[in-house]
Write a protein that binds this ligand. Structure first.
Ligand SMILES: Nc1ncnc2c1ncn2[C@@H]1O[C@H](COP(=O)(O)OP(=O)(O)OP(=O)(O)O)[C@@H](O)[C@H]1O
Ligand SMILES: [Mg+2]
Length: 328
């Protein structure tokens, strides 16, 4: 990593694409890990890379970060191609890796100082960068504590602070909320929302569809390396038009196979019972809800409540791949 770069320089406002990824492709032997991933992200935008285990998320992020050479395709940062490991353009990029990379026996502050040293940062510039990274990660009050006393969620937040230290304009986050407690998860979400407001460009991989739905402007759904959807959040939602899910509390559910008759009702595309709620997927809420209720009534099922949900990304994934993202 080159030393002496002016890391503390004010962020230049760039009106074009901050990050341009074109036709990224990676193969391991016969396995196509990533097939033709392309997208453009501007300052203040967040791109979600969604898919189950083994989909190709880390491989894609590693290629964008310059850690893995693509077989084909190109990554441009502010219009320029990154040339090799020591290209100063790489300093505009920060990576929060999937695996937490910290020294347990050192304090949070000492860990950040080590990351700072990698980027040639010291003195007042390092101190002020550390302060703002701790603030964003919500760890200012734990800076002096040893990492070995941190919860899993706090370690994840420190991992995020480490990636922010050198003031990158693009942040790549590889499943930053896996295994974290709800408090840390909310803290990470507010940090990311703040970074978006500051105009950073974010690439976020996850297999939690609801996270992408909350945070991302553009969604890429990948499965077995193949891009199943790649568009704005709204456009991806429209891939499964008019899908609604009826949620019905049934007080006296039947034995195995009790939903077979319901699945045969016209307009019903799926029906599932999770032990407390019946979820019926229908293509047309107005046309299909009455026959569903009539069927339940005719079979003498008692209903405690009824509500409907619009299609979420989970439903989109299910429709595109035939599988749930969690059980894929
Ligand atoms: N170095 C490697 N050699 C061979 N195959 C690899 C290598 N790295 C990844 N793969 C394969 O490429 C595919 C994509 O892996 P990748 O780690 O990108 O998935 P992922 O979406 O990040 O999954 P996870 O959610 O489990 O982190 C998988 O089938 C994986 O086994
Ligand atoms: Mg991964």
């Amino acid at each position: 990593m080159p030393l002496g770069l002016n890391i503390g320089a004010p962020v230049r406002v760039y009106s074009g694409s901050m990050l341009e990824v074109t036709g990224l492709h990676k193969r391991y032997g016969d396995l196509v890990a990533v097939e033709d991933v392309s997208f453009v992200a501007r300052p203040g935008e967040m791109v979600g890379l969604l898919g189950p285990n083994g989909a190709g998320k880390t491989t894609t992020v590693s290629m964008i970060a310059g850690l893995l050479p693509p077989d084909r395709g190109e990554v441009r940062i502010e219009g320029g191609v990154v040339h090799g490991e020591t290209d100063p353009v790489k300093l505009r990029l920060g990576l929060v890796p999937q695996e937490v990379a910290l020294h347990d026996e050192l304090s949070a502050r000492e860990n950040l100082a080590l990351f700072g040293a990698i980027y040639g940062m010291r003195g007042a510039a390092l101190a002020s960068a550390m302060e703002s990274a701790f603030d964003v990660a919500g760890l200012a009050d734990r800076a002096k504590d040893r990492v070995s006393t941190f919860s899993g969620g706090m370690k994840r937040r420190l991992n995020l602070a480490a990636a922010l230290l050198h003031g990158p304009r693009i942040l790549l986050l590889d499943e930053p909320t896996v295994g974290v407690d709800p408090q840390s998860r909310n803290q990470i979400f507010s940090s990311l929302e703040e970074l978006k407001r500051q105009g950073k460009t974010l690439v976020y991989t996850t297999h939690y569809m609801e996270e992408a739905e909350r945070l991302c402007d553009r969604i890429i759904i990948i499965d077995h390396g193949k891009v199943m959807a790649n568009d704005t959040l709204e456009a991806v939602r429209r891939l499964v038009p008019s899908v609604n899910v009826l949620e019905i509390g049934v007080e006296n559910p039947g034995q195995d196979g009790w939903l077979d008759g319901l699945r045969a009702v016209e307009g019903v595309s799926a029906a599932a019972w999770d032990g407390s709620t019946l979820r019926v997927t229908v293509l047309d809420l107005l046309a299909s809800s009455p026959p569903v209720l009539v069927w339940l009534n005719e079979q003498n099922y008692r209903c405690s409540h009824l509500s409907s949900q619009r299609a979420d990304l989970e439903t989109v994934f299910l429709t595109l791949t035939g599988r749930s993202v969690r059980n894929a």
